[in-house]
Design a protein around this ligand. Sequence first.
Ligand code: GAP
Length: 433
Amino acid sequence: MPVEMEKIVSLCKRRGLIFQNSEIYGGLGSTWDYGPLGVELKRNVKDIWWHSVVREREDMEGLDAAILMHPTTWIASGHVESFTDPLVDCKKCKKRFRADDLKGEFCPECKGELTEMRKFNLMFKTFMGPVEDEGSVVYLRPETAQGIFVNFSNIQRAMRRKLPFGIAQIGKAFRNEITPGNFTFRTREFEQMEIEYFVKPGSDQQWYDYWVKERFDWYVKFGIKPENLRLREHGKDELAHYAKSCHDIEYLFPMGWSELEGIANRTDFDLKQHASHSGKDLHYFDEATKEQYIPYVIEPSAGADRATLAFLIDAYREEDVRGEKRVLLSLHRELAPIKAAVLPLLRNRPEIVAMAKKIAGDLRRHFRAVYDDTGSIGRLYRRQDEIGTPYCVTVDVQSLTDKEVTVRDRDSMEQDRIPIERLKEYLLEKLVS
Ligand code: GAP
C-alpha cells in the first residue's frame, strides 16, 4: 500500500523539505516552496537527470532557453488553438470544473445548475513592455519543448551535429490548471525536464522504443520499485494534437496510478509548423546520403516536481524497531539531501564537539555534510533517518584516544568503527560506487 499523501506533506513541512507558498498570507492555491532540504533533493533529481541524458552521452546537447518567447511560437505550436480544457461553471456556488471530470449534469458540490461547456486556454498571459494591449501579449511557456524546437538549427549548426542527436532542457513551465492538487503532483508553476531527440524519418519507431525503455529504467536505477511503475499507451482519442504515439510512465501515487513522464513521437509536426510560421528553412541536410528532410522528434518529457514527489513517496518507510516506530526515507544516495551527519555523543564535552565539527568541516569539502548536536543521539539518528541521510558519524569519548568514529548505515542500522583518517575514502566509496 502506498503511504498516504498527508504523511508525506506533514514530513515535508516538519523537516524543511516543502512548504506551502505564501503561507503567512493563507497560501496561494497549489503553489509550493522547496525548503532547505527540498531544494537539495530536487536539485539532485535534476542533476542525475542531466548527468544521465547530457553529460554521460555523446549524442546530446543542453539548452537553457528563455521562458518568454515570441507569441507566434504558440500559434505555430498549436497551443493558442488547442491547449485547452473543457470548463463549466456552477451558476449557484460559482465553482469551476473540468467538464470531463464531471459525472452528472449538476454541480457535484451544491447540485446547482451548470453553464454550457466552454474551452479554457491553460496558458498564462501577460504583457511585454509598458502598454497592455493585444499587440503586447506574451505567454509564460506551458512546456519547455518549444524553446528547443526554435533553437534546433542554431544548435545543429553551431555544434556540427549529425542525426540522430538530442537537445535537453530543464526549466519552469506554467499552466493555469483548472483542477490542480495532490500536493506537488499538479501545480500551476512547475519544472520540466525535457528531451527532444531528432531522428531520420523512418527510424522514429526504433528510437521511440529505445527512449521508452531508457526512461523507465532511469527511475528504477535511482530507487523506484519496479512494481510501482508501469507503462500506459495513449489511445488514439487522448493523443495530443502533435503526437503520433505516446506512452506514459505511470507511478503508483497515493491517489492511484498517475503520469510521471510522457514519451511521445511528435513526428515532424513542430519543426514544420515553425518553418511555415517563421518562413525559415528548418530542413536537415544529410551529407552522407545527400538527402534533405525535416527530422522526426521523439520527446521524453518528465516533471522535476513529479519525479521528486515519486522518489520521496517510494523512499518512505515506517519500521518497528524494538517496539518503537522508525520513519525513514530510504533515498538513493545520489538523491539524499545530506550525505553524512556528524554527531557528538556528548555535547557538553568541548573536545568531542571540536573533533566532530572538524570532521564535518573536512567532509563538507567533498559532499553535503552537517554537524548536529541539538538532541540526544537517539533523537539525532531519528531526525537524519527521516530526511534520508545515508550515514551518521558519531564521535564518542573513545574517539579522543583511538582516533576512530562509528559510522551508522541508515537502512541496515549497522555500525562500523572507522579510523578518522580513512573516513573520507570510506564514505566516498559508499556514496559513489
Ligand atoms: N512537452 C510535452 C509535455 O509538456 P505533458 O505530458 O503535458 O507533455 C510532461 O507534460 C510532464 O510534465 C508530465 O509528465 C509531468 O511530469 C509534468 N507536468 C505536466 N503538467 C504538470 C503540472 N501541472 N504540475 C506538475 N507537473 C506537470
